[in-house]
Design a protein around this ligand. Structure first.
Ligand SMILES: *[C@@H]1O[C@H](CO)[C@@H](O)[C@H](O)[C@H]1NC(C)=O
Length: 96
């Protein structure tokens, strides 16, 4: 009994973690990912892996969602400072 209660709580917690991940195959601005959850470490890693420096910690970079349990992201392009637009839920973000 205790065990099943614990696993339900665990399932809820994991379900919540998933909800904060990016959705395939959508594209996201860095600032949209940050609004979703704790994406800064992944953004930093992704920019580092691509040898890309930004002035705003990747907020104006457009990322693709690769997915998986950790919501892995992929570097697509740097839109330029404040030139990445969040087009809303279920829509691709775009450079403008
Ligand atoms: C978003 O962009 C991806 C990759 O370019 C594309 O496959 C997908 O259909 C687009 N989705 C929407 C909702 O526009």
């Amino acid at each position: 009994m205790k065990y099943s209660l614990l696993s339900s709580i665990l399932a809820l917690a994991i379900g919540h973690a998933f909800a904060d991940n990016c959705n395939v195959p959508l594209l996201y601005c860095g600032h949209s990912l940050l609004a979703k959850g704790n994406y800064q470490p992944q953004i930093d890693q992704c920019l580092f892996d691509n040898n890309h420096l930004t002035l705003d910690n990747g907020q104006s970079v457009l990322f693709g969602c690769i997915g998986g349990p950790n919501g892995v992201i992929q570097f697509l392009q740097d839109c330029g400072l404040n030139r990445c637009r969040d087009n809303g839920n279920g829509k691709n973000d775009t450079c403008f």
